[in-house]
Design a protein around this ligand. Structure first.
Ligand SMILES: Nc1ncnc2c1ncn2[C@@H]1O[C@H](COP(=O)(O)OP(=O)(O)OP(=O)(O)O)[C@@H](O)[C@H]1O
Length: 359
């Protein structure tokens, strides 16, 4: 399957701007609250009609703002599982499951109740009413009902977030089975790192309305910590024991790190929190900051009194946060040359970074 999304959609002060091409398997949509995860999958489901751009699924146009084309949700062959199960309380488990079949096209072979009940360990619960089920069982029925519609794409919006840890652990293998045996591509929204590492074939990280495919081995730890910052590739070039420093080379120039025991030649990925980066127009006088990288302003984003400046340093984008006052004082604009200052970068503070940085 290929899902191509190229849309822009504004709701209130928030703008979703997505350009993505996704293949089969399970794609985790990961990001902090309010970043736009639900908006993204609602656009795919047809619950939001994007104001600009297109969405295509397997070559079929689902949404095309300019052409005035919009396929309604019930014609997209999508299964949607929400945070809470939303079962029909007056129907048994079997009734809820077979209800899903109504949405399958008549021309296609019907999904079998037995297969789905077995896949989700529901066989012994078929005659129960939703009120007699645990939260985890209810969620498994909701998942089964979505699968009974023989969807071509499964959307799951934080399906485990309402469950306690024990129930989550019980359902994760069910979701893995669906991923591996049902053959249906899945978009799975979560902000739980454990679900990402366990389930994801690929990860889309959403920040401030902008989803992007990431290399989850490297970028996840920082996203999980929800700290705004930038990544920088580096190679360890040596150690200065007397100064207690490790030296590294980055595409933007050489850097000093707090001393580590990492081997020379090792490739790592550094994380620079925006709060640690100071931005200046030129190098003046002596500063206690060890690291200075020259760069060029690529973008300036203003949001609620905070200005984030995106600086291109040798092809890597490093972000710095400044005040509106500094923006004016420094006369910043796209294309202006600047210098970024920061103290020795620490890579010892998070074991996760070290683990993720093996060459
Ligand atoms: N109908 C709407 N009108 C105006 N703003 C909206 C509307 N729906 C959502 N928003 C805003 O859009 C932004 C993204 O919301 P969305 O629900 O997509 O985020 P999310 O990443 O799924 O968050 P969460 O993890 O908390 O569910 C939020 O700032 C939200 O307040």
């Amino acid at each position: 399957m290929t899902l191509t999304i190229d849309i822009r959609h504004r709701q209130g002060n928030f703008t979703l701007e997505a350009t993505l091409a996704l293949d089969a398997g399970l794609t985790v949509i990961f990001g902090p609250s309010g970043s736009g995860k639900t908006s993204l999958i609602n656009a795919v489901a047809g619950l939001i009609r994007p104001q600009e751009g297109t969405i295509r699924f397997n070559g079929v146009l689902w949404s095309d703002a300019a052409g005035g084309h919009f396929l309604p949700p019930h014609r997209r062959r999508i299964g949607y599982v929400f945070q809470e199960a939303r079962l029909f309380p007056h129907m048994s488990v079997a009734g809820n499951l077979t209800y899903g079949q109504r949405f399958a096209p008549r021309t296609e072979k019907k999904e079998s109740l037995e297969r789905i009940a077995a896949l989700l360990r529901l066989d012994h619960l078929l005659s129960r009413m939703p009120g007699q089920l645990s939260g985890g069982e209810r969620q498994r029925v909701a998942l089964g009902r979505a699968l009974m519609a023989a969807p071509q794409l499964l959307l799951m919006d934080e399906p485990l977030s309402a469950l306690d840890q024990g129930l989550k652990a019980q359902i994760l293998p069910d979701i893995e089975r669906i991923r591996d045996h049902a053959g249906i591509p899945i978009l799975y929204v979560t902000h739980a790192l454990a679900e990402v590492t366990r389930l994801a074939d690929r990860v889309v990280a959403v920040e401030e309305g902008r989803p992007r495919l990431i290399d989850s081995r490297h970028d996840l730890p920082a996203l999980a910590e929800s700290r705004p910052g930038s990544f920088l590739q580096a190679v360890i070039t040596g150690h200065d024991d007397a100064e207690g420093l490790t030296l590294a080379q980055t595409p933007a120039g050489p850097l000093f790190l707090r001393q580590t025991s990492l081997a020379t030649g090792m490739r790592i990925r550094l994380f620079l929190p925006v709060s640690d980066v100071i931005l200046g127009r030129e190098v003046e006088g002596a500063l206690s900051t060890l690291n200075r990288l020259p760069g060029t302003v690529r973008a300036i984003r203003e949001d609620q009194g905070t200005v984030t400046v995106h600086v291109d340093c040798g092809g890597e984008i490093i972000r710095a946060e400044i005040t509106h006052r500094s923006l004016l004082a420094l006369q910043l604009a796209e294309g202006v040359s600047v210098t970024l200052f920061f103290k020795a970068v620490s890579i010892e503070t998070s074991g996760v970074f070290r683990r993720s940085s093996r060459p």
